[in-house]
Design a protein. Sequence first.
Lengths: 360, 324
Amino acid sequence: MHTVDKPGRLKDSSSSAPQPAALPALTRDQKHGMLRMMVLIRRFEEQAEQAYLRQQIRGFCHVYSGQEAIAVGTESVINRDDAVITAYRDHGHALARGMCPKACMAELLGKATGCSKGKGGSMHFFDKSKHFYGGHGIVGGQTPLGLGLAFAQKYTNTNRVTLCYLGDGAINQGVFHESLNIAALWKVPVIYIIENNLYAMGTSVARSSAGDPLVKRASGYDMAGIVANGMDVDDVRAKTAEAVNLARTESLPSIMEIRAYRYRGHSMTDPRKYRSKDEEEQQRKRDPIEIYKQRLIDDGSITEKDYDDIEASVGAEVKEAYEFALNSPDPELEEVFDDIFAPETQIDEIERRPKWSYGD
Amino acid sequence: MPIITYRQALNQAIAEEMERDDNVFILGEEVAEYNGAYKVSEGLLDKFGPRRVIDTPISEGGFTGLAVAAATYGLRPIVEYMTWSFSLVAFDQIINNAGQVRYMAGGQFEVPMVIRGNSGGGLRVGATHSHTPENWYANVPALTVITPAFPDDAKGLLKSAIRSNNPIIFIENEILYNYKDEVPEGEHLTPIGKARIRREGSDITFIANSASTHRALEAAQTLASQGVEAEVIDLRTIKPLDFDLIAESIRRTNRAVIVEENKPFAGWGAQVAYMIQRHLFDELDAPVIRVASLDAPQPYNAKLEDYLMPSADRVVKAAKAVLA
Ligand SMILES: Cc1ncc(C[n+]2csc(CCOP(=O)(O)OP(=O)(O)O)c2C)c(N)n1
Ligand SMILES: [Mg+2]
């Protein structure tokens, strides 16, 4: 049996026990950049919530508030050309990847200038140039895709790795387990990052998932399992570095469970009746942004004034993104038929004969 | 021209395309060491090694998703299902991931992959193992659905499918695997999305695919001895549908029977029949009749299964009704 009472490594006998990776100390600029990115994600989504209430954003919109340290911390230990893929709560990962806030906001508003040309929406952000492979709306559906990205990275000898994020609720999907098995069997350099925010919609993790910690599921597949504190970006960094090191140097997959809290509702329409205000207030006291800000002030990396400057510049950037989105055009109606088929290059173009309509 | 089986034609196509492009690889249950549950991948492991001929665990959802993402990353996977009936546990990966990812990303990714395997009834394997899924997948806008009936098309279409930059649903038929015919050696590409007239006739048009093409041809033989000349169109590709050829034929014959193995409700023939009445109403001298499987699960008992499936006899009867 595994017991993990505090974040750490699973004490198991698997062959692939992760080693603490030598993490170079962060420069002041890097720390400042991480803090700023967490603030950018928070403020970007606050703006999105406003736009949602004005019905400029429709459908589903899942915000990341409380989990920012996970995207930012994990991102900080991988390279630009590594691959990232996640579920529908994807704004934070996209921004942390370096995707343009304007294109992200425009996507939320369904505009032609959006990162998926207005065809994806909140749940389906993509940016090939940033190696960001989405944005996936089916719970757990992205987990074999993460496996496949890492498989292709290995097949083509790139020495790159893939981070595949999923929620605590998603771990109970069958394809996740199929993917874990294949990843371990074939030594595919994918790191599954379970973002345990304690809830899958209104179902607490205690009501959905047998086994605590969730990362114990790694041991059945002889994989390393690592638990990190998702409210502490430095802990996320350190633990992710171990997993990335295993993937990069030994082509071994692993599972991380990073524990955090989802401050807002599951989506914009969730009244959060399944948990108490008191619980939420307690969790607010360990806000990842507040914790990191204070740490940087304490170690002399930044001053209160520096933080105010971050807020000001982030505020301006978010405002600019929002205005860009508002002023961008909708896609043209004819574009509904664009982007279905890739042009052929090795065979003649396939005739699709639009004159013989399948419908009306 | 060499005469080989439909199975060997498929094998040739895969081997030639793997020879041509290192990004092409095949994965599935028993494809490597066992040489394929139906021997379509025979010899490939010896030729190309385990990096490119990959035995998977029994995890259709997992390895289909793997292939979709590998395709978006630039590889050209061939996924083999032991039979298409087992694709049901990978439905989400096929439809939501292979089928939607390019569109949802505003066209940023290509998904150059082929998903293939056998299908169809008549093998006495009961309701779970006898599906003909062409209509399920043809309902997904981004998927191309191919169902070859003859060895030359099996080879030529599979080679084209592997070279396509789009996700291709390639549905073979187990009862055709041993069918022998002439197949060109080496480079032989059949265009995707083009139907083919397999028998010319001026009295009535039969529109069929896969094993049903052979049923239609048999019916045409019978009718010929009774003085009726039926034209038989093998669709080859279900989607995109080659309605140009269908229209050209019906303008000459003014009568049509559709022969398909799908169950009748929303089988692919329903779409074709709709389009004939929508686009060619004035050309018709009689209502179109569909000969499909009966609307019941596939029974194990041989008499029952034969009764349920489309047959040359039923096609002859339908043709007589249309000609009456
Ligand atoms: C296959 C599937 N079933 C159900 C849903 C509806 N749904 C969307 S998110 C969600 C909860 C998932 O929770 P979790 O995995 O913990 O991720 P979180 O929302 O906490 O980020 C559900 C049930 C879905 N999108 N896909
Ligand atoms: Mg959750």
